[in-house]
Design a protein around this ligand. Sequence first.
Ligand SMILES: Cc1ncc(COP(=O)(O)O)c(C=O)c1O
Length: 375
Amino acid sequence: MLPGPTNVPNRVMNALLSPVINHRSTDFRELYKTITEKTKRVFQTESEIVLLTTSGTGAVEASVVNLIKKNDKVIIPVNGEFSTRLADLIDSWGGNSIRINAPFGQNPSFDQLEEAFEKNKDTKAVYAVYNETSTGTTIRYMDKIGELCGRYGSFFIADSVSILGGDDLPVDKWNIDICVTASQKALAAPPGVSPISINARTKKYMQNNPPPIMYLNLSRYFKYFDEHYETPFTPALPLFYAFNEALDIILEEGMEKRIKRHKICSDAFYSSLNTMGLTPFAAEDARSDVVIAVNYLKGMDDKQFRDLLANEFKVLVAGGFGNLKGKVFRIGNMGEVNRYHVMRTISSIASAINMCGLTVNPEAMSVALEKLKPL
Ligand SMILES: Cc1ncc(COP(=O)(O)O)c(C=O)c1O
């Protein structure tokens, strides 16, 4: 139950055993073409898809180094570890980040972003971490940012590493120019493949202004794809087969049904944890449905609690980042999550709390069961 990597279905693991083929062959071209077509459906986009053989950070970095030039102004909401990292990356690449800070667990208001635009009409891009994994916080006005960027002609980039496949993300409808994700979270595939969508105007900009780098230079990927349906460098072939299978599982379920399942599971988590007396870290209007960050009760020790969960019940949850270490634990409500995972996690948490010498309201189980009824 980690916020990534998540459980990988056997069907996907078995696909890793496919033969390692020639990446300059018809077989590979067909594989790559089919993966990009399926990925477009999951991203709800007509944009071009590039699959990088990297973890999520590689794809996030590609979105910066192919777009941002020296002194470009970039507006970015900052409210946790991943948004801070992204703002630092933009600055270290020579950009000029305009950080709209909010306390961890909250989002800056949309009005704050709009105000920053008013003061900086020459803003090149807005980068937003749609789901801030370190705090369990989701930006619920991505559509409005897209509309704002459209109004000012700026680029809109979404770091959707920990959310795509687990919550709604209609890339084209929300006017997102570049959307970045990774295989190992809500898409329930092994780590190592990171897809990016890039729309036509952004592709054109990148092709006309390529960065002086090799591996993450997206213009090279466009060229190879347009000419041969290939990647410029050797792709992680077994991971591509696995990712292809994970996409099939997603599309067999259907995006709408999948997102609803995540929502039902997150409602069950929040309601039953609340019944136990545990409070979410994130403010209500910013609360994530894919990463449930929970404040520890007084008397609960992070190491003791998570060791009990892991060793006694074989349930893995994550701890907090930075100064949230020891103060919160985080449950990944992603990918394969279903009734079984929620009930097993909730009952294990209740038992572990009991073993720490505290009591919880046993009604928490029936509250979760009730919420899970639609599944
Ligand atoms: C929002 C967000 N961005 C970027 C990353 C970095 O991804 P990776 O660890 O796959 O490089 C993560 C990882 O958890 C994330 O949650």
